[in-house]
Design a protein around this ligand. Structure first.
Ligand code: URA
Length: 200
């Protein structure tokens, strides 16, 4: 009689199946595909956006549209690959017209994100934009004031807010002190966290 080891992959598959079957909020009705998240389950760093956009809804994959391509490029610039980290969102189904998810939608969906965090057990949670940060802090916050700070969270984890890549696409300056410049400084720090906390 051997001991049955529960694998992280199986736990995550169970969460993903529940996301596929979920109809807890109105967003499920308009989706083509839910977007659970993807990446390494052993990563010390996870990225959390707001919710899927059009391209994500079509493909079922997070951050694959224009904002996602920018995020991928920024990761690569500091020597990280998408597969090294886990990438997900607060809500798993696309809000119509890419509007911000409502508090009710975040309340209905947020337990999936918390379950994913429980499985992966990352040290650092990078929140992309104000919506994701507000979800964790349970209050409205200014991303401009909070970005680049290390905010202690539950269980010794660190929240590390940075700009949402969509914001960087709307603010195209890249010179010193620009949003992009600050976001790249954040990304360098994220690489530092990754190296410091990676499980070997
Ligand atoms: N914006 C988000 O917040 N998440 C995605 O997956 C894509 C764009």
């Amino acid at each position: 009689m051997g001991t049955k080891v529960i694998r992280k992959e199986d736990l995550m598959d169970a969460v993903v199946r529940r996301i596929y079957n979920c109809s807890a909020c109105p967003l499920h009705a308009g989706r083509m595909n839910p977007v659970p998240g993807e990446g390494s389950l052993d990563t010390p760093v996870i990225f959390v956006g707001e919710g899927p956009g059009e391209e994500e809804d079509k493909t079922g994959r997070p951050f694959v549209g224009r904002a996602g391509q920018l995020l991928t490029k920024m990761l690569e610039e500091v020597g990280l690959k998408r597969e090294d980290v886990y990438i997900t969102n607060v809500v798993k189904c696309r809000p119509p017209g890419n509007r911000v998810p409502t508090q009710q939608e975040m309340n209905a969906c947020g337990h999936f994100l918390l379950a994913q965090i429980g499985i992966i057990n990352p040290k650092v949670i990078v929140t992309l934009g104000g919506t994701a940060l507000s979800f964790f802090l349970e209050k409205k916050v200014s991303i401009t004031k909070m970005r680049g700070r290390e905010i202690p969270w539950i269980g010794g984890k660190i929240l590390f807010p940075t700009f949402h890549p969509s914001y960087l696409l709307r603010n195209r300056a890249t010179g010193p002190g620009s949003a992009y410049d600050l976001a790249m400084q954040d990304m360098q720090k994220i690489k530092g966290f990754f190296d410091k906390y990676k499980k070997i």
